[in-house]
Design a protein around this ligand. Structure first.
Ligand SMILES: Cc1cc2nc3c(=O)[nH]c(=O)nc-3n(C[C@H](O)[C@H](O)[C@H](O)COP(=O)(O)OP(=O)(O)OC[C@H]3O[C@@H](n4cnc5c(N)ncnc54)[C@H](O)[C@@H]3O)c2cc1C
Length: 450
C-alpha cells in the first residue's frame, strides 16, 4: 500500500482535468501527496479511452471494455498502481506465447533474459531457419546499438535495413508493430518500436508476460482510483466539461467557477488539450500536429453452452484483400450467459469506408477458420475513432512542463506526453505520475522558484 497523507486544511488546491488513466494516476498521487484535489471529466464514467461500457447484444447486455486492451509485464507502473489500489487480484500473468491461427508459435523459454527470447525464437514453429536467424540478428543488432533507430526512420525501413524476410515481417513484426503502435509499419516510428521491443521481448522474462484481466477495465483502475480519491477527501466531478482556463494573479480558475487552484493538470488527449489551451495565446501547433488513429473491437458472443474452444489469445492472420481485418482474438470468458471474445482491428482507418456488415462477416469467418465450431451468434463492433495518436517518427515530443515559462502552474499529462512510448496505458500512467511528482515538488518550492 502506498503511503497516504491526510489532506491538511491549508493544503494547496489543484485541479486535474481528465479522468483517463493519466489523470487518475496523477490525481491519486497528488491526493496521496496531501494536496486538495478536484478531478473533473466530461464523461459520466471515469477511464477515458480505457473504460467499461454496457453493451446491448442479442444475447443480453454485457459489461465489457470500450476496446480490448493488451497489458504486458513491462507495464510496471500500471501494474504497481493497480496493485496499490487493491485490484491486482483481477489480473492473471501468462508467459509470452505468440501464437497464430496459421501455425506461428513463439514461446518465451523458462530461461533468464535474453536467453528466454533467443531460445524461444530458435524453437519457434511456423518460421523457417532463415526467418529465425534474421529475427535473432535484428534483436541482437538493436540490443548492441542501444535500441536506437535513425531519426525519421520508419519500422518498414528498419526491417529492410536488417533484411528481414517477407514471411517474418508479415507473420511476426508487422502484427507486433500494428498491435503495439496502432500504426502500419510503413508509417510507424522505428525508434518507438525499438523501445517497445527493448522493454518487452528484449528485457526481463516477466516483462514480456501477457497480463489478462478477469474483469472489465473500469474495475482495474478507474473505479478503485475514484474510491481511493474519495477516501482522501478529493472532489470528483464527472459529467463536467471544462471549456476554458482562466489565469488570475491568485491561481487558475476553471470556466466561470469561483474556485482558485494553485496548479492545473490538463490530462486530455492532444486534440482536446489544444482546443482548451489555444485561447490562452499559447502555441498549440505541436499538440494539433498529433493525428488520431481508430481501433475497432468486434465483441463476438456465443451462448455459453454452445461455444467453440477459444484460445486465451490468438493472432489472426489478417488479409485485407479478402476483407479479413481481425488481427488478434482474446477470450474474455463467460459474461452473463454468453461466451465472449474480443477481436481487435488496429490501424482501423483502413476500414473506415468498408461496409460494417462486410467487416463483421470477415471477422466471423476468421473466427470460424481459427477456432472451428459454430460461428458467433452475435457480433458487435465498437469503433473508437480517436483511439490513439498515429505513432509516426515525426510526431512532436512534449514534456509535462511544456508551457512552464509561459503559463506557470499549468501542467500536461496524457499518453502523448511520454515520448518514448506509443499511446498505451503505461505511457498514460507514467505521464500522470511524473506530472504529479513534478507538480508536488514545484508547490513545495518557495514561490520564486516555481
Ligand atoms: C479501442 C482501444 C484499444 C486500445 N488498446 C490498447 C492496448 O491494447 N494496450 C494499451 O496499453 N493501450 C491501448 N489503448 C490506448 C490507451 O487506452 C490510451 O493510451 C490511454 O487510455 C490514454 O489515457 P489518457 O489518460 O492519456 O487519455 P484519455 O483516456 O483520453 O483521458 C482523457 C479524459 O479527458 C476527458 N475530457 C476530454 N475533454 C474534456 C474536457 N474539456 N473537460 C473535462 N474532461 C474532458 C475524457 O472524457 C477522458 O476521460 C487503446 C485505446 C483504445 C481506445
Amino acid at each position: 500500500m502506498a503511503e497516504r497523507a491526510a489532506t491538511a486544511p491549508g493544503a494547496a488546491a489543484v485541479a486535474v482535468i481528465g479522468a483517463g488513466w493519466s489523470g487518475l494516476a496523477a490525481a491519486v498521487a497528488l491526493a496521496e501527496g496531501g494536496l486538495r484535489v478536484t478531478l473533473l471529466d466530461s464523461a459520466p464514467r471515469a477511464g477515458g479511452r480505457a473504460r467499461t461500457i454496457e453493451l446491448e447484444t442479442p444475447l443480453g447486455p454485457i459489461a465489457i471494455d470500450n476496446g480490448q486492451h493488451l497489458i504486458v509485464g513491462a507495464y510496471r507502473q500500471t501494474l504497481e498502481l493497480i496493485a496499490n489500489l487493491g485490484a491486482g487480484g483481477l489480473l492473471r500473468r501468462h508467459p509470452m506465447h505468440l501464437v497464430s491461427a496459421s501455425g506461428l508459435s513463439v514461446r518465451a523459454a523458462p530461461l533468464p533474459a535474453p536467453l528466454h527470447l533467443a531460445w524461444g525464437l530458435l524453437r519457434a514453429r511456423g518460421l523457417g531457419w532463415p526467418e529465425r536467424a534474421a529475427a535473432l540478428r535484428m534483436m541482437g543488432g538493436l540490443r548492441r546499438g542501444g535500441w536506437r533507430a535513425a531519426d525519421g526512420e520508419t519500422v518498414a525501413a528498419l526491417l529492410a535495413r536488417y533484411r528481414q524476410p517477407a514471411p517474418l515481417v508479415s507473420r511476426l513484426w508487422a502484427p507486433l508493430c500494428v498491435g503495439a503502435l496502432n500504426t502500419l509499419p510503413v508509417d510507424a516510428c522505428a525508434r518507438t518500436f525499438a523501445a517497445v521491443l527493448r522493454d518487452t521481448l528484449g528485457a526481463q522474462r516477466d516483462d514480456s508476460d501477457f497480463v489478462a484481466p478477469e474483469a472489465p477495465l473500469g474495475a482495474l483502475l478507474p473505479d478503485p482510483a475514484l474510491a481511493r480519491l474519495r477516501d482522501l477527501g478529493a472532489t470528483i466531478r464527472l459529467r463536467t466539461t471544462v471549456r476554458a482556463l482562466r489565469p488570475t494573479p491568485a491561481g487558475w480558475r476553471l470556466d466561470e467557477g469561483d474556485d482558485v487552484f494553485a496548479a492545473v493538470l490538463v490530462a486530455l488527449p492532444p486534440w482536446s488539450a489544444a482546443r482548451m489551451l489555444e485561447p490562452l495565446g499559447l502555441d498549440v501547433a505541436p499538440l494539433a500536429a498529433f493525428d488520431p488513429e481508430p481501433i475497432a473491437t468486434a465483441w463476438a458472443l456465443w451462448p455459453a453452452g454452445n461455444a467453440p474452444r477459444l484460445p486465451r489469445w490468438l493472432m489472426l492472420d489478417e488479409d485485407p484483400a479478402r476483407r479479413l481485418f481481425g488481427q488478434w482474438s482474446f477470450d474474455r470468458g463467460v459474461i452473463g450467459g454468453a461466451r465472449v471474445a474480443g477481436v481487435v482491428v488496429s490501424a482501423a482507418s483502413r476500414i473506415a469506408n468498408e461496409p460494417a456488415d462486410a467487416v463483421a462477416a470477415g471477422i466471423a469467418e476468421q473466427l470460424r477458420q481459427a477456432v472451428g465450431g459454430p460461428g458467433p451468434a452475435a457480433l458487435r463492433i465498437v469503433t473508437e475513432r480517436r483511439a490513439t495518436f498515429r505513432c509516426t517518427p515525426g510526431r512532436p515530443r512534449l514534456s509535462c512542463d511544456h508551457y512552464r515559462s509561459l503559463a506557470p502552474g499549468l501542467w500536461l499529462a496524457g499518453d502523448w506526453t511520454w515520448p518514448d512510448y506509443p499511446a498505451t496505458l503505461e505511457s498514460a500512467v507514467r505521464s500522470g505520475r511524473q506530472a504529479a511528482a513534478r507538480m508536488l515538488d514545484s508547490l513545495a518550492a518557495p514561490p520564486a522558484a516555481r
